[in-house]
Design a protein around this ligand. Structure first.
Ligand SMILES: Nc1nc2c(ncn2[C@@H]2O[C@H](COP(=O)(O)OP(=O)(O)OP(=O)(O)O)[C@@H](O)[C@H]2O)c(=O)[nH]1
Length: 531
């Protein structure tokens, strides 16, 4: 029948495509449903092959026989198609066991009825091939409707699964369309053939299935499409730890994910469509620019709310998406950090103070004294005013320690320090110079005025009543030396050395007194004892 050869060509092409791809799939053995995919290729190839014979064989009986054998490819194709899609969309349990048996009941029944059709005519009652044409007059039996409906249902179900899987992300629209065009074309072609078989002269279904199979296999094998597809966007939002609320333009809650329900303490059956204000009364102003903080009721979590407007193509706000993040713990951690920082600052301040304070007496220590002395010398020179330094040392303090104990000695030093601080003027700087030795800076005070101040201190300090461990009172005397800043002093140490020489003079002239290092020194002796 050479004039019918063109009618056989699509099926021939389809068969070659299916055999080629099925071989590739079987060789690669990749993916969760490579077996179903390979079997699907063989089934469609069989379908196409028998279609070629149907078109080309001249004998009517032989064509009837081929039509019967064709069901071996027709019947399993939709089931294998669905099983492959189920597996690639993550539902592999439909490949084996009871679920798989369920899927195969009708196709197997169809095959049984096809084999025994001459006895009952349930699948077809008559097939009358038209001589010289690829078509036939067919009178279908009652079971054919079951077989056809079931096949359509499976193909449509597989199509729905693919749509559900890919439509969540616009990125996959093109590959999805490619995979979908196949089954849609098959269903369309088959319906058309069933309705207008005689006019169409050719059943396009096997070729359509071959193309659909090629598209599906191309997606699976070449591009790993199903494996690359991420989870659906909707699923991602459902699994987000942050709350997501979809709001209508008038700020009613249209949708919300489980995290949002949990943050707001809402039950699953919560009614949608309520105003946002009702659910989050604390949320006053909310602009897209800045996140806003809001508390969920008393004792509820503290949330950070961020809104993003959803606009249409012309920029009109159609609604908005509200993101809610629980910042209760973060806020508490920040508070704790701030408190710790404040505490640290206080500790640093205390450390700084301790670095300049003598612990026993509470006076400035030697380091602070030296710093202050440098500063006062600079001021004195800049302003041309006097500066006098007093060094005061307890007499025979070693004996206090030796006789009464170190702790009593400590108490003597502490009381002396406190008293010294009370005796000086606000502008003076008292300090513990070291051991049992004290110093006082008298800014803006000349030698004579400082001598008067020191004389008063001498009296007061000598009369201080110290108490030993038995409760007995005793007093201690002081030796003092004064020196005033001289223009020729190169450093603070020069001034201190002269005050020390004056103190030394007092010690060696009977203690319990005050000596002045005079500036400029008189020719006979620079140091004069005045008390
Ligand atoms: N309890 C106590 N004693 C101290 C402290 N610092 C220094 N001393 C004592 O002060 C005494 C100073 O002795 P010396 O240098 O011999 O002076 P002194 O006994 O006062 O004799 P003169 O200065 O010559 O009158 C030593 O026994 C030191 O141990 C202190 O912080 N606490």
């Amino acid at each position: 029948m050479p004039q019918l050869l063109p009618y056989a060509l699509p099926s021939l092409l389809g068969m070659l495509i299916c055999l080629g791809i099925a071989t590739q799939v079987a060789l690669r053995r990749q993916g969760p449903a490579w077996r179903q995919l390979a079997c699907l290729g063989l089934a469609v190839a069989w379908w196409c092959g028998t279609e070629i014979l149907w078109v080309l064989l001249p004998d009517a009986d032989l064509r009837r026989c081929v039509a019967q054998w064709q069901y071996l490819g027709v019947t399993p194709t939709p089931v294998l198609w669905l099983q492959a899609v189920l597996a690639y969309t993550g539902r592999r349990r439909w490949q084996h066991g009871r679920r798989a048996v369920l899927l195969w009941i009708i196709p197997l029944a169809t095959l049984l009825l096809v084999a025994t059709n001459p006895g009952h005519g349930l699948v077809w009652q008559a097939i009358e091939p038209i001589a010289g044409q690829p078509t036939a007059h067919i009178v279908y039996g009652q079971w054919y409707a079951v077989h056809a409906s079931y096949s359509y249902a499976l193909v449509l179900l597989a199509t729905t699964l693919i749509v559900a899987r890919f439509s969540a992300s616009p990125l996959y629209r093109v590959p999805m369309l490619i995979v979908l065009l196949g089954p849609l074309a098959v269903v369309g072609a088959n319906l058309a053939y069933l309705l207008w078989a005689e006019r169409m002269r050719l059943d396009p279904t096997p070729f359509g299935f071959a193309l659909a199979f090629a598209a599906l296999s191309w997606s699976v094998v070449r591009h790993n499409l199903f494996e690359l597809v991420p989870m659906a966007r909707g699923l991602a939002v459902e699994c987000l730890q942050d709350g997501v609320m979809v709001l209508s333009a008038d700020r009613r809650v249209v949708d919300l994910n489980p995290a949002a329900r949990q943050l707001l303490g809402l039950t699953v059956g919560h009614r949608l469509g309520r105003p946002l204000q009702e659910l989050l009364p604390g949320l006053q102003s909310l602009g897209p620019a800045q996140p806003t903080e809001v508390s969920v009721g008393a004792g509820g979590p503290l949330l950070e709310a961020r809104i993003t407007h959803v606009t249409d193509g012309e920029g009109r706000v159609e609604g908005s998406v509200l993101m809610l993040r629980d910042i209760t713990e973060a806020r508490a951690a920040r508070e704790r950090l701030l408190q710790a920082k404040e505490h640290l600052a206080q500790l640093n301040q205390e450390l700084e103070r301790l670095a300049h304070v003598d612990a026993l007496t509470g006076l400035a220590n030697r380091r602070r004294l030296m710093h202050k002395l440098d500063e006062e010398i600079r001021h004195a020179r800049e302003q041309g005013r006097p500066l006098t330094v007093l060094l005061a040392d307890l007499d025979h303090f070693k004996q206090v320690n030796d006789r009464l104990g170190h702790l009593v000695g400590d108490r003597v030093l502490a009381l002396a320090g406190r008293s010294l601080a009370e005796l000086v003027r606000p502008e003076d700087e008292p300090a513990r110079y070291g051991g049992e030795e004290f110093a006082v800076l008298f800014p803006g005070t000349d030698l004579q005025a400082a001598a008067n101040l020191a004389a008063r201190m001498q009296r007061e300090l000598r009369e201080l009543a110290h108490v030993d461990d038995t409760g007995a009172r005793f007093t201690v005397t002081w030796s003092m030396g004064l020196a005033t800043l001289d223009a020729i002093d190169a450093s603070a140490q020069d001034l201190l050395t002269r005050a020390d020489q004056a103190l030394y003079h007092t010690k060696h002239s009977g203690r319990d007194g005050l000596s002045l290092y005079q500036t400029p020194p008189p020719p006979d002796a620079p140091i004069r004892r005045v008390l």
